[in-house]
Design a binder for this molecule. Structure first.
Ligand code: SF4
Length: 440
């Protein structure tokens, strides 16, 4: 690959929207740019190259990007680029509609980014590459944390949830080779990383495309044996694919944390079927119970969609009932978003905004009560916490327990990021604690 002519002032600014996979992709975008001589700009206005790494899972996420693109000041040879899910979805349409975007690229084109930027300085470019062939894991990365790293184990998704655009924009599921994943984590451990969070749209189906000898449970077990890795977490799990073997590894391999994010989406069998989720409410509740029985002290979190087409009050009450019965430690709640090109987009029976708003508020109230109770339960206990950085509250640092609960603490100064903490009190969304000691 030819090296572009980058000058001292060549700086970049990346704005990342959406999920953790995008956050991780942005680390590689930064890594590729820095390998071409770019440096991080102090702010968006002083950047020579501005990249929006976008999300299109919900219409509101797209609207935010369009609004932000329109607000970017153009001038000189500055390049405004868009990548991520909106790039895959709209391609050239972004350049046509925005009027100011110079470059649209897909993750398969990331290795060519330096050249693409130089070309885009004189004429708009769209290079999406072949989404199925995107393999960015071997490219350089700038990690945001010294102690923690996100590691994709698979890309894309083979499920066909009727509301979801992800399979369209990220392609079918491709598992990374076991050796690739283990080597990357080995390098991270040698570099001082203590916690890895494995990423995939459906981590539980890892290895299906690699042959019968491969499975997520086997991979997890091997990762847990890597020297220096103290904590392993993973997301996201599909309830239909969560095996006993994975739960056994969680229960028996100390580095694998007691944290499971298991999206349920709805508590109504009728809606689950329309969503094409491949399980019913009984199956979900049994799976959740199985996980809690096997993994001591499990923190269980979920995703829920409110207002899926045709959702009735009765369907919604089934969701409330399931949420109450399972007693989630936390939940991410979303209002259904109509996405063109999905099966759900052609379903009739739109639920009114007013009804959705009322249901959302009731669900949020219920979950707030459950979350508060979950946080209160661990008050007075000792917890292992990985410090992630300064909290938004002045003077405090923020970290997470093995169960992924947020803890805010006063920090005595530079030290090891892994600490034992006494949990002093519980707030609405986080805990307050006092550091007792550092782990070696
Ligand atoms: S499992 Fe379903 S919701 Fe998740 S990425 Fe795949 S299709 Fe989308």
């Amino acid at each position: 690959m030819s090296q572009p002519d980058t000058t001292e002032h060549s700086s970049y600014h990346i704005r990342t929207f959406g999920c953790q996979m995008n956050v991780h992709d942005s680390e590689h975008i930064a890594g590729v740019l820095e390998s071409h001589g770019y440096h991080k700009a102090t702010d968006i206005d002083s950047a020579d190259v501005i990249i929006f790494n976008t999300c299109c899972v919900r219409q509101s996420a797209e609207d935010r990007v369009w609004g932000n693109l329109g607000a970017v000041r153009k001038g000189g040879s500055r390049v405004l680029a868009v990548c991520g899910c909106m790039a895959q979805r709209h391609g050239l349409g972004i350049i046509e509609r925005s009027g100011g975007v110079d470059l649209v690229f897909g993750m398969e084109a990331l290795g060519r980014l330096g050249d693409l930027i130089e070309t885009a300085r004189s004429a708009p470019v769209c290079d999406l590459g072949v989404v199925e062939e995107a393999a960015i894991d071997g490219l350089p990365a700038v990690r945001s944390s010294r102690a923690q790293a996100w590691v994709p184990i698979s890309h894309g998704c083979d499920n066909n949830c009727s509301y979801c655009v992800v399979p369209r924009v990220r392609g079918p599921e491709r598992s990374r080779s076991e050796q690739d994943v283990l080597e990357e984590i080995g390098r991270l451990a040698a570099d001082g990383v203590l916690e890895v969070i494995l990423l995939g749209q459906n981590v539980n189906s890892y290895g299906r495309d690699l042959g019968a000898a491969h499975s997520f449970a086997k991979l997890l077990e091997k990762i847990a044996q890597i020297d220096g890795i103290k904590r392993v977490k993973f997301e996201t799990s599909h309830p239909g694919d969560l095996s006993d073997e994975v739960l056994d590894v969680m229960a028996t391999c100390p580095p694998v944390c007691e944290y499971l994010h298991l999206p349920v989406q709805s508590g109504s069998d009728r809606i689950l079927s329309l969503m094409n989720r491949r399980y019913d409410r009984d199956f979900y509740m049994q799976t959740a119970q199985r996980a809690r029985d096997k993994v001591d002290g499990l923190t269980l979190t979920t995703d829920i969609i409110v207002g899926f087409p045709t959702e009735t009050e009765e369907d919604f009450l089934s969701t409330l009932d399931l949420v109450e019965r399972v007693g989630f430690d936390a939940a991410y709640m979303f209002i259904y978003s109509h996405r063109q090109g999905t099966a759900a987009a052609s379903m009739r029976g739109e639920v009114s905004r007013q009804v959705i708003g009322g249901r959302f508020a009731r669900l949020a109230d219920l979950q707030a009560r459950l979350t508060a109770a979950s946080l209160a339960r661990v008050t007075g206990e000792r917890a292992e916490v990985l410090i992630e950085g300064p909290s938004r509250r002045g003077g405090l640092v923020s970290g997470r327990t093995r169960g992924h609960r947020v803890v805010l603490m006063e920090h005595p100064g530079p030290s090891m990021p892994l600490v034992e903490v006494h949990i002093d009190s519980a707030g609405k969304h986080s805990l307050r604690g006092t550091i007792l000691r550092e782990y070696d």
